[in-house]
Design a binder for this molecule. Sequence first.
Ligand code: HEM
Length: 882
Amino acid sequence: MSSALDELRFYGTLAATLLGPRYDLGRVPGPPGHPLLGNITAVMRPDYHVQMLEWANTYGGIFKFSLGFQPVVVVSDPAVAVQVLGRAPGRAIPRKCVGYKFFDLATNASGAHSFFTTSDEGQWAAVRKAAAAAFSSANVKKAFPIALRHLLLVAESLDPAGPHTPGNPYLDLTHHSQQQHQQHQRHPQMQKGDGAAAARMSGGDGSEAAPAGKGDSSSGAASSRWLWRTPDLNWMRSGLSLGFRRRSRSRPGNSTAAAKPASTPPGSATTSTGATANATHAADAAPSASSSFVDLGSSCVGADSSASLASRSSSPSATASAPCSCGRCGANSPRRAVAAATATADTKGGGAERTAAAPAGPAEAEELAAGGVGAGAPGAAAGGRSIHSHPFDCGTDETSSVDETPPHATAAPAAATCTAPAGAGSGSGSATDAGTSASGTIDAESSTGAGTSGNPSGGGTGGGPAAVVDIQEHLELSLLHVFVEALFGVTPEDFPGRQVAADMNLVLEEANSRLKVPLSGLARAVTQPVAQARIRAAQVRLAAVYGSLYDVIRARGPQPEAVTDLWACLGRVRHPRTGELLGRQGLVPEIGALMMAGFDTSSHSVAWALFALAANPEAQQRVRQELDGRGLLRRPGTAAPPRLPVLDDLPQLPYLNACIDEAMRMYPVAATASVREVTEPTRVGDFVIPPGVIVWPMLYALHNSVHNWDQPDVFKPERWLQSNAGGSSSDSGGSSSKGGNEEAGVAGAGGGGAGGARSAAANDEGSGGAAGGLGGGGSGASSRSGSSAALGAAAAAAADGGGGKGGGGGKRYMPFSDGMKSCLGQALGLMEVRTALVVLLGRYAFALDPGHGGEAAVRRSMIMSLTLKIRGGLRLVATPLG
Ligand code: HEM
């Protein structure tokens, strides 16, 4: 229904545009296009943001192109971008968010608009206002220990040779990366994301089994591979775009992949243990050669999953979960008994690394203990349960206790030090006492680095063995876990993280594809019945997960205003007109929108920063020095772990934060967000635009245009360290900062009020989110300022975005967008990014996997899948420091 309406609306707009009065659209510069297809062929490339940037550099800060008959005006002029995004009362650009063309697909199966995509301001305001309270600095503070705990587990997992916290959910990803790395080395064509090669590797019939131990993660691979071979989808690609290839996340995998999981055995002992682990994984491999995405989902996500999650999360069980034995989902295979939460609690320790003589201050100790930081497992905070990244309700009995030593523990050379008792199935700790850890982890932290061989990069700064890891994948999963745990109070064991991540990646890719081809609604249904069925299945699974979270909210009952966790805030949202609490139908799309918004934004931002630092070793070295200065670096030659960071550390690292700013400038993950459609004649810069035209403030072009930045393609963190370092050039924004003229019949789009290059105004994000959105304007506030304030006000100089070409007003740096629909999760996201980098860079030296073919090749592998990411993942060589 909504798709039919979309089509109707499109043709109405088209007719109005063709037959209606003439506007300035014809004067807007832009690339010539095909009379029928417009510029579709040019943007039908996975890195279409690069095409947009090329056009911006050529045609300036406002240019147009067309998708078929749909005209699109792209804005990268800082002043005009702020005006388009901002919202001063009475001067707002009347517009709709065109997200419903693509984003709703990703957030719910019913086609209902969330507040993210709705044109109903009542709905948007109600949800945004409610949710904004959840992103206050107080809540970011609460989320910090959760993020830290997961990121420490990620850090631990990057060293396949080290002892590991039992049940570390990220370790499988490392092993999978290792397998892939080996396969890449044997079959170099795989590195290019060659789908055909993937097919050959896997037998070529699309029936490859999931890689051992990959579980639902591999289902994402299966779906991606499947997409590759779907002829009807290829019609869309190859028919319209010569040479276009989608190489997203092709994860070659077959049953033989299990034969050699570890590519970097640090020594003979590890080699043999690696083989042990390997064999174990082989045993865990999905047994069915026809194992596929849909098979996984349909067999492991039951219809009553909602109730299950609700009951589990609202009533934390004291019984340790045992891994799934279904043999298909692969998550926590039967051989991977997870006993982390049952490890002997050290109520004074509060954390793996901290107990190991880490000089954590008392405040930190309290905070970490309360949040369960350093717990043996993320699930520990909820009463000592184990991690179970598994599609819930797979139909297996998860309460049986399995007393079996995890193979990872045996795989590690220092396994003897990993003394976590396995499988004692009755951990009954509170959040506080569960926040302690197996002592094995302590030793893990202090004993890694013993190995010296097996470094695939042949170098590195540390003494330990290096591993090649797909860091993008680790970060996606871990920060998804942080999202559900911090914002919904659901422990990862109760959440099918891998399946959700795989499904989200799938629907986001599809949504992104629809964004580029607006006329495809009907065409897709006719030409891609099978592909659409798969995507539909992913949507349905995701809807079930969102529904489960809805059940969690309702099962916990109404909460007083003082409870500002996201789940509680959402539970209080009322319908803007009826005043009724939102029911399932109303709230599920909102939950989906929030999860989508927080899913891969932070994780990909971290991945891009790591990429930039891996490609710029001097900058990385300088970050290490800075971390060392604060005791946050594991020093070479010492076994002692670094001090655990506290929240206050984060803004006190100017160089690291400059690197983050610079990485987010060059690679703004939400690069193409903020697509809007004007609904009445509107001035955009010097041009009056007719209704129906899409106006697109393109963050990627804004951040990388030669009109806005000096040497935009050079990674220069220093530009953020100099206050007033703006370039002398003032060619940006100048022409279009004449704000506020409201001609008769023309809505004012020249709102002005864009406060300089970037003011360092600092809002608390909690109120700032609401105020920025509901109070309108906000154009004078730095897009980063709110989070800076929430985190302790980073250097004001950094907030000014030096090195730009200023003078015309507006902002040339807004990775979190700006104005009424700017990022709600900015403070949370930035905290996650900073924490991740402190934890990872304090423990590892990162280099690009040579298999990537160098920095330029990685940059060429950038794809826009609603967020900017690296096709096939970002493989880094992680060398433990110490
Ligand atoms: C570094 C990480 C992040 C970046 C770079 C980022 C960036 C952005 C951008 C550019 C937008 C505007 C999109 C548009 O106008 O269409 C946005 C919106 C949004 N973001 Fe983030 N984001 C990040 C993390 C998060 C996190 C962790 C959450 C938590 C849930 C979140 C929640 C949201 C929400 C709810 C919106 C929609 C606001 C609205 O429509 O009113 N973001 N984000």
